[in-house]
Design a binder for this molecule. Structure first.
Ligand SMILES: *Cc1c(COP(=O)(O)O)cnc(C)c1O
Length: 505
């Protein structure tokens, strides 16, 4: 098999390459680089350095090769030989120890090879109590959504096929009607995420025009979504009004001119301005927008379909409420409180959505079939079941009461104490869980935490927990390891217990 290297677009076989770059020179340079380290070892020890081939014959590696790809085993073996040469792995000094030492190296390489061959995207047990954690993938999907994704992945589907006529169909048709039915919107489309939804909507409705927004709503979300920059990439001119804490209807009125296309409301997802504040809500803006002939857009961010007060959280407008208030278009995420896949929904008046459907940019933001499958199944839960809280994992977690969590925490703490003995002091304390992803700013949910004090530093335990399979994420509070079982699935508890027991003892 000729090795091929890509060079400036042309593919060149390794043989030709070596022909162009004399092999002797290559070899000489490699030798020089390696010889210096090698030579620094006392000569009587050098002979104990195993070759790659010798190590590969160790029992541990022979068996590793049966369940681990060969590249990983060879790569880690080479690295270990290099580390021995560099002195990072100490050499044995006695001939009698050589066999045993090589066997140990074999074990070490086998475990490193297994690690090197692991998936990059891995299962993480979320012990932080942050339900929608952006760094841990936000919403977990409902079982029916997972099953529907698998069906669509495994088979051909009618993604863009109208089965009745046999003609070409629209991929959005699988979810648009459901969204309208659930939210009261006249029409809706979905794109890759809410950031894309905002950019597409702004660029279609207000490119080259002015967009009026209250200064207090110029949010930055997750470090990469900043309204001023989003306006710029959408080609809109930002017109800020009001002060950080207050804005008045008269200021909106004064700001609207010839160039104004849109009034934009943005949910201040990850902060709240409290104290001497005033905002202008959409119902107050509707008559003004009508009179001046401009549109109203509301970026809801999280966009829940259920009233959050049932979980004991502060009221946030649902998507239904936001549309009923009279905004022409609302945008929200699919993987925050909705509990679906990563998407952005654009829902609103039919003429507005029709304009978006014709926008060429929509093609670049179009969602994948797996995403659509997960979204369709998620939306059907809201339509078809008595209470979405039963099937949607994120909502189910938010719905866990402090009393239920106290029982779970105490049972868990007892089992952990039994396993760790005197190595750790374990207690159960009241605390707070967070919704996360800027979905319910400045409000937490009462919970009970399993708190662990070990003789070893918490930061070290934290590192080791992240290195487990599955990895474990915890909180550190005042030097203690703290775990909130709200975000740990009951099926994960045993694995979590195992990981903690292993590391603490
Ligand atoms: C989260 C959020 C976004 C970004 O949504 P993504 O789905 O993460 O792209 C935009 N606006 C608001 C108000 C948000 O809360």
């Amino acid at each position: 098999m000729p090795s091929k290297l890509e060079m400036s677009g042309k593919s060149v076989s390794l043989v030709t390459l070596l022909g162009r770059w004399p092999a002797t020179r290559l070899y000489f340079q490699w030798g020089k680089a390696h010889a210096s380290r090698f030579m620094s070892l006392p000569s009587e020890l050098r002979r104990y350095i195993p070759s790659v081939n010798v190590l590969l014959k160790q029992d541990a590696l022979v068996s590793a090769l049966s369940n681990c790809p060969r590249w990983a085993v060879v790569q880690e073996t080479r690295k270990v030989v290099d580390e021995i040469r560099e002195g990072a792995i100490p050499l044995v000094h006695e001939k009698s120890e050589v066999q045993k030492w090589r066997a140990e190296l074999g074990e070490r390489i086998a475990s490193r090879a297994k690690r090197a061959a692991m998936y990059s995207l891995r299962h993480v047990i979320n012990g932080t109590g942050v339900v929608l954690h952006t760094n841990m993938g936000r919403a977990l999907l409902a079982e029916s959504a997972i099953e529907h994704m698998v069906m669509v992945a495994r088979n051909y589907s009618n993604l863009e096929l109208d089965l009745e006529s046999g003609e070409r169909g629209s991929r959005y048709s699988h979810v648009s009607d459901l969204i309208c039915e659930l939210t009261g919107a006249e029409d809706a489309i979905v794109v890759n995420n809410n950031a894309a939804a905002v950019v597409l909507t702004l660029s279609e409705l207000a490119k080259g025009k002015e967009v009026v927004i209250a200064r207090g709503e110029l949010v930055e979300i997750g470090g990469s979504f900043r309204i001023p920059e989003i306006m710029e990439v959408s080609g809109c001119k930002l017109k800020e009004i009001g002060s950080t804490n207050r804005v008045h209807l008269s200021q909106y009125e004064a700001a609207i001119g010839e160039e104004t296309a849109l009034l934009l409301k943005v949910h201040t997802s990850n902060y709240r301005v409290i104290g001497f504040t005033k905002t202008v809500e959409v119902p107050e803006l509707v008559p003004l927008a009508k009179e001046k002939g401009v549109l109203i857009m509301n970026d809801l961010g999280s966009g829940s379909l259920v009233d959050l007060t049932r979980f004991g959280l502060r009221h946030e407008p649902t998507v239904q409420e936001a549309l009923a208030e009279g905004a022409d278009v609302v945008t929200f995420s699919g993987d925050k409180l909705l509990g679906g896949p990563q998407i952005g929904v654009i829902a609103g008046r039919a003429e507005v959505i029709a304009r978006l459907r014709r926008n060429q940019f929509l093609r670049a933001l179009r969602v994948d079939k797996l995403t659509l499958a997960a979204l369709e199944a998620t939306l059907r839960i809201y339509r078809d079941t008595k209470d979405p809280v039963v099937d949607i994992p994120g909502l189910r977690m938010l719905n866990l009461s402090a009393a239920e969590l106290e029982i779970r925490a105490k049972t868990f703490a007892e089992k952990l104490s039994a396993g760790t003995g005197s190595n750790a002091r374990i207690s159960v304390l009241p605390g707070e869980s967070l919704v996360g992803a800027g979905s319910a700013p400045a409000t937490g949910l009462p919970t009970f935490l399993v708190s662990i004090r070990s003789t070893r530093p918490a930061a070290q335990i934290d590192t080791e927990l992240r290195d487990m399979t599955p990895a474990v994420m915890i909180r550190i509070v005042d030097g203690d390891i703290v775990i909130d079982l709200r975000t740990v699935a009951p099926r994960e508890e045993q694995q979590l217990l195992q990981a903690l027991t292993t590391i603490l003892t």
